[in-house]
Design a protein around this ligand. Structure first.
Ligand code: NOJ
Length: 558
């Protein structure tokens, strides 16, 4: 039976046990702060998730990945964890989290959490003890004496500025991200043991897996040598072999240990790596059979809206991953990058530059064009073999909110870049659910606070309620595509794609049995194969029955 063709309870609730559901799963990235606010304080929370699980079921996804929900001072929106075994009070309670996991399972959804192993919060008890002078605690982090009056080496923080901060006794600690996120020292056995225990803590509570934050950053070169000159880019990794902190070979031993933990459970527990590395060969190393199950395929996210570029990424990913039988994983957006409507709607459909600091200015954005391309990009992505990630709001066609007032910005990038990079808040604006006025159903009617980031007035046209009633909406397209993906035998775990001849700028591949996907990235409408029946199209055909520019369709072949 093809995986995911029917919706049944997830294994931990006693339903069908499919050991490899993750190979073709569609996973919904739930950015908790911005998904739905149940208690009216303007911040999304677990009661909000519980009230809206129906949206995910109607959408037709297989699993959710919830961004960090642990206690945190929020120096980096929860990626600064102060207690890995508890729930941030602003998001809810442990009991609510347990109930949510149970309800998701009963609705047929698997639940992935986010684990943040590269760094803790500076408020984590380990780090507080370390700063207070406890030697054992200090040895869990990377403290070093300075070089002269300056820091121990030349490493820069991903958010801007140097990667070292001095403590009162004169020594410095490493933070590849914000000073509120001190890097752990993974050479220390206590760190290794602690994280394996954290994994077990959540697995024992029914969680089905983890997205691993900065999976490529945990190991640092002995002696912490200078990195020298290199382009500074958010979360960039793997620029050169033997980089002092990105994608070092030593990280793999950590994941072998994690895999042993996962495999000690009878139902499958899975990992997806956030690993920004230099090539698919490097990525493959994370997916060896005794390491992680999947890793985000960022080259697809980075690809320009160009037939040759997309085809080459697809071929490269499928070929490379198939050498070890790992599934490819497709993703268009997440909470760290400019929403793809706003990337693809810029000149050249620039995919590779995904921060507002490097993209062409907003005056060059054609949002209608970006939306058209986003529809086609989703249709293409969901036709590919492997697993796919949908970032909340993709299904509504949300765009980057580029005119947030400076005073509401919360991404540390804004401050640390000296106000030269506005950062990632524009893709994190709360979801519009219903109604015609702020907060568009994000918070309850009696809310005491406005949404933590202001929603633009034109969200009123793209609420879930408005789109659910419109068969031509982005939401309707996603629902139809995900329904077909579950029911069509060629999709999800079906046959391998085979490219077919097509005019320049047009991509067409077939999958057995009888399925074809066609995407028109050329400058003119393109004919469909004779006798094909349209299963789904991102855009209306032209009067001559052709697929318009920037359109994509799924076809049943005669
Ligand atoms: C990657 C996360 O996706 C991002 O949001 C965060 O800022 C960094 N890792 C640091 O944890």
């Amino acid at each position: 039976m093809t995986l995911g063709t029917t919706r049944e309870a997830a294994p931990s609730t006693g339903g069908r046990v499919s050991t490899d559901w993750w190979r073709s799963a569609v996973v919904y990235q739930l950015y908790i702060r911005s998904f739905a606010d149940g208690n009216g304080d303007g911040v999304g929370d677990i009661p909000g998730i519980r009230a809206h699980l129906g949206h995910l079921v109607d959408l037709g996804v297989d699993a959710v990945w919830i961004n960090p929900w642990y206690p945190s001072p929020m120096a980096d929106a929860g990626y600064d964890v102060s207690d890995y075994r508890a729930i941030e009070p602003a998001f809810g309670t442990a009991a609510e989290a347990a109930a949510m996991v149970g309800e998701a399972h009963a609705a047929g959804l698997r639940v992935l959490l986010d684990i943040v192993p590269n760094h803790t919060s500076a408020q984590h008890v380990w780090f507080r003890d370390a700063v207070a002078g406890d030697a054992a605690a200090r040895a869990r982090y990377i403290f070093r004496p300075g070089r002269g009056d300056g820091p121990p080496n030349d490493w820069k923080s991903v958010f801007g500025g140097r990667a070292w901060t001095q403590v009162p006794d004169g020594s410095w600690y490493l933070h590849l991200f914000d000073p509120g996120q001190p890097d752990l020292d993974w050479i220390n056995a206590e760190v290794v043991t602690e994280f394996e225990s954290i994994l077990r803590f959540w697995f024992d509570r029914g969680v089905d897996g983890f997205r691993i934050d900065v999976a490529h950053g945990l190991a640092k070169a002995p002696g912490l040598p200078d990195v020298g000159d290199e382009p500074e880019e958010l979360l960039s990794g793997g620029h050169r072999p033997d980089h002092p902190f990105w994608d070092r070979d030593e990280v793999h031993e950590i994941y072998r240990g994690w895999r042993r933990v996962a495999d000690s459970y009878p139902d499958p527990k899975v990992f997806v790596a956030e690993a920004w590395v230099g090539s698919s060969e490097r990525l493959l190393r994370y997916l060896r059979p005794d390491e992680l199950h999947t890793a985000f395929n960022f080259p697809y996210l980075n690809a320009a809206w160009d037939a040759a570029a997309l085809r080459s990424v697809i071929d490269d990913s499928l070929e490379t991953f198939s050498t070890i039988g790992a599934p490819a994983t497709w993703v268009l957006s997440n909470h760290d990058v400019v929403r793809h409507v706003s990337r693809l709607g810029r000149p050249h459909g620039d995919g590779g530059r995904h921060s507002l600091a490097t993209l062409p200015p907003v005056e060059t954005l054609d949002r209608e064009l970006g939306t058209r391309r986003a529809r086609a990009a989703a249709v293409l992505m969901l036709a590919l073999p492997g697993s796919a990630y949908i970032y909340q709001g993709d299904e509504l066609g949300l765009w980057e909110v580029e005119d947030l007032p400076d005073e509401v910005r919360q991404d540390p990038t804004w401050e640390r870049s000296g106000h030269t990079d506005v950062g990632r808040d524009g893709c994190r604006v709360p979801i519009p659910w219903s109604g015609t006025a702020v907060p568009f159903g994000f918070s309850p009617p009696d809310a005491t606070a406005a949404p933590w980031l202001p929603q633009p007035a034109d969200f009123s046209g793209v609420t879930v309620a408005a789109q659910a009633a419109d068969p031509g909406s982005m939401l309707a397209l996603y629902r139809a595509a995900l329904h077909l993906r579950r029911t069509h035998p060629a999709l999800g775990g079906g046959g391998e794609p085979a490219w077919r001849d097509a005019p320049d700028g047009v991509l067409r591949f077939d999958r057995e049995p009888g399925f074809s996907c066609i995407v028109n990235l050329s400058a003119a409408p393109t004919a469909l194969p004779a006798g094909a029946q349209i299963l789904l199209a991102s855009a209306a055909l032209t009067a001559a029955g052709e697929l318009p520019v920037d359109g994509a369709a799924w076809l049943q072949l005669a």
